[in-house]
Design a protein around this ligand. Structure first.
Ligand code: UT7
Length: 319
């Protein structure tokens, strides 16, 4: 029994906000710096009324439609998010209520930018173990809520959005291999350190990152995870049809792909127009490339992510 993706969907709020728009809003930056250091040209930013579960709902509806599946048939809902609607209940339960599903197991995964890879890996294990037949796996974020707009080294990098897949038990492949790791010793180089206590925010409630340290770590572990994930399935990373990495920085994407021997024409890149949407970035990139016809059924896809924790992982699948 395999776990196979049968539907894909994505959601982006409002209109694109360009680098120049950020300059006009008072961020001390310029288009040339952002494009040359990151590849980002624009991102989408949700209005204050739009939550992660709203974006998740739109992405989930479109994934369900493409899988020709009714929300009532879903028996597992996993939402990967670091920007939940509230402390609890889980954004997964709020999404479940909005979808009108009753009874599915629903929980959130907190693995930051690796969240979707973690969530897909978990869904696969549930399906392969038996019992779960149809899972909805979502990455949804409103990272604009946790950005310090006076910190130009982080606020220009991130955007909001959601991506979703329906994963079903199937006799045909399917997810072929997955790996997931964490090393909490590096927690301080990418974090939102604050918390809520006694009705007050205690400490710093904004995203803080040592960009260069994360960059170095990311290139090393993404290479390693891709090699291990593909080796488990007996193939080489350079044999995949499409590489769909976490969309943080085009320089990280290109140097990882180069080390893996994957040519640029087989990489899906959306960081230029979406920015870094954390857990949403991989399913959003997948949904874009499925919608525009680049990704076709039967092709081998390598998904991989790295993020706060630090966490990282990869999934190899036949689409
Ligand atoms: O999704 C989670 C994973 N996150 C990542 O993968 C992010 C990984 N890191 C990166 O992508 C890169 O390290 C950054 C894009 C964050 C930064 O690029 P960098 O080439 O490492 O730049 P830097 O931090 O070394 O900054 C160089 C200079 C500094 O100026 P000085 O001190 O050299 O005069 C910064 O003040 O660039 C300056 N700078 C900016 N200038 C204009 C930093 N941010 C900006 C900005 N606009 N937005």
């Amino acid at each position: 029994m395999f776990a196979r993706i049968t539907g894909v969907g994505g959601s982006l709020p409002g209109n694109p906000v360009t680098n120049l728009d950020l300059v006009r809003r008072g961020v001390d930056t310029d288009d040339e710096w952002i494009v040359s250091r990151t590849g980002i040209r624009s991102r989408y930013l949700a209005d204050p009324e739009t939550s992660s579960s709203d974006l998740a709902l739109e992405a989930a509806r479109s994934a369900l439609l493409s899988a020709k599946t009714d929300a009532a048939e879903i028996d597992l809902i996993i939402v990967a998010t670091s920007t939940p609607d509230c402390i609890f209940p889980g954004t997964s339960c709020l999404l479940q209520a909005k979808l009108g599903n009753k009874g599915a197991m629903a929980f959130d995964v907190q693995a930051v930018c690796s969240g979707f890879v973690y969530a897909l890996t978990i869904a696969e294990k549930f399906i392969r173990a038996g019992g779960t037949k149809k899972a909805l796996v979502v990455g949804a974020e409103v990272f604009s809520r946790i950005l310090d707009w006076n910190d130009r080294s982080t606020c220009v990098l991130f955007g909001d959005g959601a991506g979703a897949v329906v994963v079903e038990a199937s006799e045909t492949p399917g997810i072929l291999s997955s790996v997931a790791y964490a090393d909490g010793a590096h927690h301080a180089i990418l974090s939102v350190p604050g918390n809520v206590c006694g009705g007050k925010v205690i400490g710093d409630p904004f995203l803080r990152m040592d960009g260069q340290a994360v960059f170095r770590f990311a290139v090393r572990v993404l290479f390693d995870a891709a090699e291990k994930c593909c080796a488990n399935a007996g193939i080489s990373p350079c044999d995949v049809d499409w590489f769909i990495p976490h969309q943080a920085n085009v320089r990280i994407i290109n140097s990882t792909a180069k080390k893996l021997g994957i040519p640029p024409e087989r990489i899906i890149v959306t960081v230029d127009t979406h920015g870094n949407t954390s857990a949403a970035s991989i399913p959003l990139a997948l949904s874009v490339a499925v919608a525009d016809g680049r990704i076709q059924r039967g092709q081998k896809l390598l998904l991989e992510g790295v993020g706060g924790g630090l966490t990282w992982g990869a999934v190899l699948l036949e689409f």
